[in-house]
Design a protein around this ligand. Sequence first.
Ligand code: BT5
Length: 328
Amino acid sequence: MTTRRALLDALENGPVPGPALAAELDVSRAAVWKAVEGLREEGFAVASTPEGYVAPADPPYTAAGIEFGLDAPYAVDYHDSTPSTNERARELAGDGRSDVAVVADEQTGGRGRLGREWVAPAGGVWVSVLTRPAVPTAHAPVFTLAAAVATTDACREAGVDAHIKWPNDVLVGGGSGSSADDLDDPAAADRGGRKLVGILTEMEGEADRVSWLTVGVGVNANLDPDALPPGATSLRAERGADVDRRRFLQRLLERYHELAAEPELVLPAWRERTSTLGSRVRVDTATGEVRGTAVDVAFPGALVVDTGDDTVRVHAGDCEHLRPERDR
Ligand code: BT5
């Protein structure tokens, strides 16, 4: 652990006498001082008191602020503005890094799936978590589901009644959701849910083993819906007040870490939080359209659809929740 991170951890438990911390970490007092100065330069205003160093009462939304009090092993790579946190995570993966949460206040080239655009102005929670899980590449979808559960829980703790639409959207409202295409049609979006969160998982693997995996999560946090595409909503709009992005993101990262470490917890938690199961759905896949009733999700993340004639597993696609059939 770096002196900086050890100092941040120690500051959680009250004043930290510099000499005692230096002795504990077996580093020089100058090294501790340098770490204190580094945190101050990052906007994390460590105070000097007779009892020792004291953390700021209101930690900022920056690398140091997010790492302070974070109960997950991620280093935070923070940017005021970057094209895409997923792209930055890819660069860090190329440098051999792991266990990094790339965070940006604003993205100028945010990405959705299949080359779609993700609108990401300042005020959102745009984060990409880079890890190197020791799993076969085929298991990657379970990490998308884990991120959806983690994000839903963070939204619910913030007082917003969010639910998951298979595979990667977190929505608010509506018994049935809306596909990305429907977002161009506000009426359709009203009928379904309003999109609060999108998730984009990218990875590289060799010999049936994940080399690195990035789960990118975009949460419309402290934003007005008119800055977002039609059919989108935000935490601010749903709760009528801004969220503490730092606390929100910490909760999301902690929950994601918990679930990623124990993938067998993911599917049961996902089933409890989804609005897709039991809905009539139309899924557009690379090989055609599947229509029917979504009856289950199967490891590592396939949607099980009862088409009436057959039960099929859909591994990837855009899912739309349909109105219940009139004759049902
Ligand atoms: C997604 O794609 O929903 C995945 C979005 C992932 C974004 C995160 S932010 C952090 C990380 N860095 C990145 O560059 N990306 C990830 P998809 O299911 O393809 O949905 C994309 C569609 O959602 C677009 O075509 C728009 O219709 C709509 N959309 C775009 N921006 C939106 C927003 N901020 N809120 C709600 N809907 C949006």
